[in-house]
Design a protein around this ligand. Structure first.
Ligand code: ATR
Length: 275
C-alpha cells in the first residue's frame, strides 16, 4: 500500500518534533503513514490547509499560531475541540467535510495518570495561565473529577471567564479563579500553562503552594529543567515533570483518531528524551 500523507502546520515549524514522533509511531505500528512539516505563511493558513487536503492529504496537526484558525475553519468539531476553542488535529470525514479535534487535554491527562501514576481524581489542582493552552486542557482535567481546580492568571478576568465557560463541566469540582499571589496552601498538583518563561519571567506564586507531596507539571518542554520547574525545585518541590510526555501523548491520540490504531508511547518518550 502506498503511504498516506499527514503533516504538522505551524509558523515557525523547523523545530517541531511531530515528524519524528509520528514516524516512530508509523514504524512501530506498520501503518502506511508519511508525515512531514509545513510552514504556512502567517497570512495564508487557510489556503495551506485547503491545498493539503485537495492534494490528497489525510490529516493535519496544527500548532502555534494557527490552532484558533484551525478551529474556526472546520465544518464541524468534536465536543472536546468545541470546548477547547482551538484545534490541534484536523481530518476529513467520509463526506469530505473538515473536522477539527483537540487532543492536547487528553495528552496531558494521559501523561499525568498513565505515564506518571498521578491521580487527578480527588486532587487539589492549581493551574497557571488562562490562554489557549490552558483552555485546551480544562475539559479533560475536569472529567477526572479533581476535588478543586484553581485557575490563577496574571489577568484575573481571563481566569474568571474560563470558570464561567467551564462551570457546567465542573460537576462536584470546586472551580475558582484568582491572581498568582492569592493561593497560600499546598496543592497536590500544580500545572504551569503560562508562556511566562518565554519572556524570562516566572508567575509570582507564594512558595506555600508547594507541599511535601506536590507534583509540579510544566506543559513546556526543554532539554534542560524548565525555568518553572527549577523554581519549584528551588522552593521545596520533590517531583517535577515537563511536557515531553504530553507532547507525545497528544500525538498518539491524533494518530489513533486518524488511523484507528493506538501506538505505544513509552518507547517514543524514551527515544525523544535521549535525542
Ligand atoms: P498559549 O496559547 O500559550 O496559552 P496565550 O493564549 O497567549 O498563549 O496565553 C499565554 C498565557 O501566559 C496567559 O495566561 C498569559 O497571561 P495573561 O492572560 O495575563 O496575558 C500568560 N503569560 C504570558 N506572559 C506572562 C508573563 N510574563 N507573566 C505571567 N504570565 C504570563
Amino acid at each position: 500500500m502506498s503511504n498516506e500523507l499527514y503533516a504538522v502546520v505551524g509558523h515557525p515549524i523547523n523545530h517541531s518534533k511531530s515528524p519524528r514522533i509520528h514516524s516512530l509511531f508509523a514504524k512501530q505500528t506498520g501503518e502506511p503513514v508519511e508525515y512531514t512539516a509545513i510552514q504556512a505563511p502567517l497570512e495564508d493558513f487557510v489556503g495551506t490547509v485547503r491545498q493539503f487536503f485537495e492534494a490528497g492529504g489525510k490529516g493535519l496537526n496544527v500548532t502555534v499560531p494557527f490552532k484558533e484558525q484551525a478551529w474556526a475553519l472546520a465544518d464541524s468539531r468534536t465536543a472536546r475541540a468545541e470546548k477547547a476553542g482551538a484545534s490541534n488535529t484536523l481530518f476529513q470525514d467520509n463526506q469530505g467535510q473538515l473536522v477539527a479535534d483537540n487532543t492536547d487535554g487528553k495528552g496531558l491527562v494521559q501523561d499525568l495518570t498513565a505515564n506518571h501514576g498521578v491521580q487527578l481524581n480527588g486532587a487539589r489542582v492549581l493551574i497557571l495561565g488562562a490562554g489557549g493552552a490552558v483552555r485546551g486542557v480544562l475539559g479533560p482535567i475536569l472529567e477526572q473529577h479533581p476535588v478543586s481546580l484553581t485557575i490563577a492568571n496574571r489577568t484575573v478576568a481571563k481566569a474568571e471567564a474560563l470558570t464561567t465557560l467551564f462551570a457546567d463541566d465542573a460537576d462536584a469540582t470546586a472551580l475558582s479563579a484568582c491572581g498568582f499571589e492569592a493561593p497560600d496552601q499546598p496543592f497536590d498538583i500544580i500545572i504551569n500553562g503560562t508562556s511566562a518563561s518565554l519572556q524570562g519571567d516566572l508567575p509570582p506564586l507564594r512558595t506555600s503552594v508547594i507541599g511535601a507531596d506536590t507534583v509540579v507539571y510544566d506543559m513546556m518542554y526543554s532539554l534542560q529543567t524548565t525555568t518553572f520547574n527549577q523554581w519549584a525545585l528551588d522552593n521545596g518541590a520533590v517531583r517535577v515533570l515537563d511536557g515531553l510526555g504530553m507532547l507525545i501523548e497528544q500525538a498518539a491520540e491524533a494518530f489513533r483518531v486518524w488511523r484507528g490504531v493506538q501506538p505505544n508511547t513509552a518507547s517514543v518518550i524514551d527515544a525523544l528524551r535521549n535525542d
